[in-house]
Design a protein. Structure first.
Length: 119
């Protein structure tokens, strides 16, 4: 019987069961596929409560996303509209404005919640 995961030991047991289920050729909508899905949800919930990750610094998020998209700082200047703004933003001399946050969210797909963090 499945139950909430409340300890590291219970999480490890659930992970072992997930590994075992994933080695099988499970048919969709079977009892085993339902068990795998439920265990995955329980593990994710447990880990998100136990291993809280700090919010990303907005500048670090921008630089990371530029690197992921293989874009340069020059491309960022085009997104923001001003070359000087890009330098001021990346150096921390200027804070992001609401319009900048919207553009970065739209063009670079950076979550707005990451961009509004204090830095």
């Amino acid at each position: 019987m499945l139950k909430p995961i409340k300890t590291n030991q219970a999480c490890e047991q659930a992970l072992e069961r997930v590994y075992h289920l994933m080695q099988k050729n499970i048919k969709p909508n079977s009892k085993e596929s339902d068990e795998l899905e439920i265990l995955s949800i329980l593990i994710k919930e447990y880990e998100s409560n136990v291993y809280k990750l700090p919010k990303a610094n907005p500048i670090a998020a921008i630089k990371f996303r530029l690197e992921q998209k293989n874009m340069s700082e020059k491309d960022l200047a085009i997104v923001l509209g001003y070359r000087s703004r890009k330098s001021e933003i990346l150096s921390g001399k200027r804070k992001l404005s609401l319009s900048m946050i919207r553009k970065l969210n739209e063009v670079l797909n950076i979550p707005a919640s990451s961009l509004i963090q204090a830095y």
